[in-house]
Design a protein around this ligand. Structure first.
Ligand code: COI
Length: 427
């Protein structure tokens, strides 16, 4: 029965939308597909199932190549050129790079235990990556601005098609949690998949943002209005950290008031004037997560109190990195959960049944938040904190939690500067 549903699932996702963006034929179309025996010279693609690419060697070849990660400084200085040739160079880089990274993701799905990889939702995401790979390698080389426009349109569409990937993975792993024997393996898969996806999306969004600085990508709607001169692609050249935190504090306050009828004040201190070049996107994932956790703990711990102790946010910025500490007086995290707060809560030994009191130790306050495309209601499934930590580490930083049971919790988000004293991270 399982196999039947897997097949159905595979058949459902078809590459009906694949169009040639130029008249060129391509590598893939000239091969015979061993799994369907269909003649792949048909350039219409109208009925080609994604599953026919399951064994395609192009994926293996691309997966064997290393990815070329860029420093934000490189992205910054590749910046803007008056003849717009930077757009061509950026697209040419992506044209080479994205299929390699996506092939790595496909290899990750192939490495999952069979019974987990067969979960229809996980399989669906796997197939989305196969489809993205196919569309990207089919695209002809980018030699002029017309081609570049087409490529940009394709990126826009893929970013949109993939916006729910995190939620889908959270759903998928929750659905098959009974079959997960090796949690470590799944944790590694999720850390890699989610951070690599962050990198992929940042690169693609950077390209779109280079095109049209007014149309900022995920970063714009909570970071205040975007002024063109402040940005090179997705890099804000003078990010005012305090403002970004304040925007998310307002947001978390609204969500908290909506959920509990009240919310603690948020005080900000430290280097509140710190301004430096940085990329907002990851902050838009991580900040709401840690702020809402602090507010939630405060409200729940002080349910009977007439006033709520404030949440205090301290900023420190130095020549290597910047640190955001969020301190609450929400009672801390019970000892028995401390070790587990960074687990992806799809499973873990019977604790995570929805009707279990312990379910949702950290979590579900912001199902409705869905602040940025792609984040979805993941928080409800205990994906928020582990994902935030994986993102911070991907960016050369860390996310640490210190609980003082009986008093409260301090969360330290440390991120490396783009132009700091030490080598910066790579995207
Ligand atoms: C994703 O959002 O899952 C991606 O990998 C983005 C990429 C297809 C451009």
């Amino acid at each position: 029965l399982k196999m039947v549903s897997v097949r159905k699932q595979a058949a459902r996702v078809r590459v009906g939308q694949v169009k040639h963006l130029s008249g060129e034929t391509n590598q893939i179309n000239q091969t015979r597909d061993p799994t369907t025996n269909a003649n792949q010279n048909d350039t219409s693609h109208s009925t080609k199932p994604v599953s026919s690419f399951y064994h395609h060697s192009a994926v293996d070849i691309a997966a064997s190549k290393p990815s070329m990660r860029l420093t934000p400084a490189t992205m910054l200085y590749a910046g803007k050129s008056p003849d717009r040739s930077h757009l061509l160079r950026s697209a040419q880089y992506l044209h080479k790079e994205l299929p390699v990274r996506i092939a790595h993701r496909i290899a990750g799905f192939r490495g999952l235990p069979f019974i987990v990889g067969c979960n229809p939702t996980i399989l669906q995401v796997h197939e989305m990556y196969i489809r993205a790979f196919q569309l990207l390698i089919e695209h002809p080389r980018i030699t002029d601005f017309h081609m570049e426009r087409n490529y940009t349109e394709l990126l826009k569409k893929l970013l949109d098609d993939h916006r729910d990937v995190v939620t889908m993975l959270a759903d998928g792993f929750r659905e098959c949690r009974k079959h997960i024997q090796n949690e470590q393996l799944v944790r590694q898969f999720l850390d890699r998949t989610l951070t690599s996806r962050l990198g992929l999306r940042m690169l693609a969004e950077h390209h779109l943002a280079l095109h049209d600085d007014k149309a900022s990508s995920t970063g714009s709607h909570h970071g205040g209005r975007r002024s063109n001169s402040n940005y090179v692609g997705i890099i804000c050249v003078n990010l005012q950290l305090k403002k970004v935190i304040e925007n998310w504090a307002d947001f978390a306050t609204k969500v908290c008031e909506h959920r509990y009828g009240r919310a603690p004040a948020i005080n900000l201190n430290g280097h509140s004037g710190a301004t430096f070049p940085y990329i907002e996107q990851p902050l838009h994932y991580i900040l709401p997560e840690i702020l809402k956790n602090a507010m939630r703990a405060t409200v729940e711990k002080n349910a009977d109190a007439s006033t709520l102790p404030p949440v205090t946010v301290t900023i420190a910025s130095n020549d290597v990195d910047f640190i955001i500490r969020v301190s609450d007086r929400g009672g801390g995290i019970p000892h028995q959960f401390v070790e587990r707060i960074f687990d992806y809560h799809f499973t873990t030994a019977g604790v995570q049944e929805e009707n279990d009191d312990n379910y949702d130790v950290f979590g579900a306050m912001v199902e409705m938040s869905n602040p940025s495309p792609g984040s979805g209601p993941m928080h409800g499934f205990g994906f928020g904190l582990p994902t935030s930590r994986a993102y911070a580490e991907y960016l050369g930083g860390s996310l640490k939690v210190e609980a003082m049971q009986g008093i409260g919790t301090d969360v330290y988000l440390r991120l490396r500067h783009i132009e700091g004293k030490h080598e910066s991270f790579r995207i």
